[in-house]
Design a protein around this ligand. Structure first.
Ligand SMILES: Nc1ncnc2c1ncn2[C@@H]1O[C@H](COP(=O)(O)OP(=O)(O)OP(=O)(O)O)[C@@H](O)[C@H]1O
Length: 228
């Protein structure tokens, strides 16, 4: 049985007065892996920001992990963000504390109190991304790929229904990008829905999933050409 995680109907996305995307109709079901591609400035990040309510939905209808984006209140945003794990191009780890403390910061900020529960959760998510032994390291002691794996672990802390990854491999070399995609693919295979904005076409070929393209203010599905 498929179940909708995200639904957009006749959405128009603006940045200030500029129309970035219009007539956006999108249904994403539980367990899907979806790429959003398109040239620089085509609206990928604006779409992602609309999904995690960094940009307000002002035109059209949208629901995501059970929240109505058009009527969402400022106070609801932290609750929405607990059901969505967000991964950014630049990792956004706190540079002044080690990996365990980066994780603790998020857990405490989202209402966790029992130290043993928190330690178990941190171990579980770091394990999932192959970073179990790195908890005592500072972010600057890790490579870009390791930092991104930690950032993915952080996104998993509250067991989100959906992962939004905005150019997660944008700062990584091709081999490291493949390793990060392997991690995301495994997380998807374990049941998480993933939406990933990228312009790394080599990754699309290597890890083919449903792909939507932003172009000329529209978004539409593209069928990937498979090479023999
Ligand atoms: N904060 C902002 N204020 C005004 N305009 C913005 C803002 N952010 C983005 N834009 C504009 O909105 C359009 C879409 O930008 P967006 O960042 O969504 O594109 P993108 O496809 O994610 O690009 P990139 O691949 O470079 O990240 C661009 O024309 C951009 O200049």
């Amino acid at each position: 049985m498929s179940q909708s995680v995200l639904s957009l109907k006749n959405v128009t996305i603006y940045q200030e007065e500029k129309t970035v995307l219009t007539e956006v109709n999108l249904e994403v079901n539980h367990g899907e892996f979806l790429y959003i591609i398109g040239k620089t400035g085509s609206g990928k990040s604006s779409l992602m920001k609309t999904l995690y309510a960094d940009l307000t939905l002002t035109e059209g209808e949208g629901s995501i992990v059970g929240f109505d984006l058009a009527t969402l209140k400022e106070n609801d945003i932290p609750f929405l963000r607990r059901k969505i794990g967000i991964v950014f191009q630049d990792f956004k780890l706190l540079p002044d504390r080690n990996i365990d403390d980066n994780m603790l910061f998020v857990l405490k900020a989202t209402g966790w109190t029992d130290i043993e529960d928190m330690q178990n959760k941190i171990e579980e998510v770091l394990n999932k991304v192959g970073m179990r032994d790195f908890g005592r390291k500072m972010p600057h002691q890790l490579s870009g790929g390791e930092q991104q794996r930690v950032a993915i672990a952080r996104a998993l802390l509250n067991d989100p229904e959906l992962i939004l990854a905005d150019e997660p491999t944008g700062n990584l070399d091709p081999q490291t990008s493949v390793e990060v995609l392997e991690v995301l693919k495994k997380i998807n295979a374990n049941g998480k829905t993933i939406i990933m904005a990228t312009h790394d076409y080599a990754l699309l070929m290597k890890f083919p999933f449903k792909t939507l393209k932003c172009e000329d203010s529209k978004i539409f599905e593209v069928i990937q050409q498979r090479t023999a």
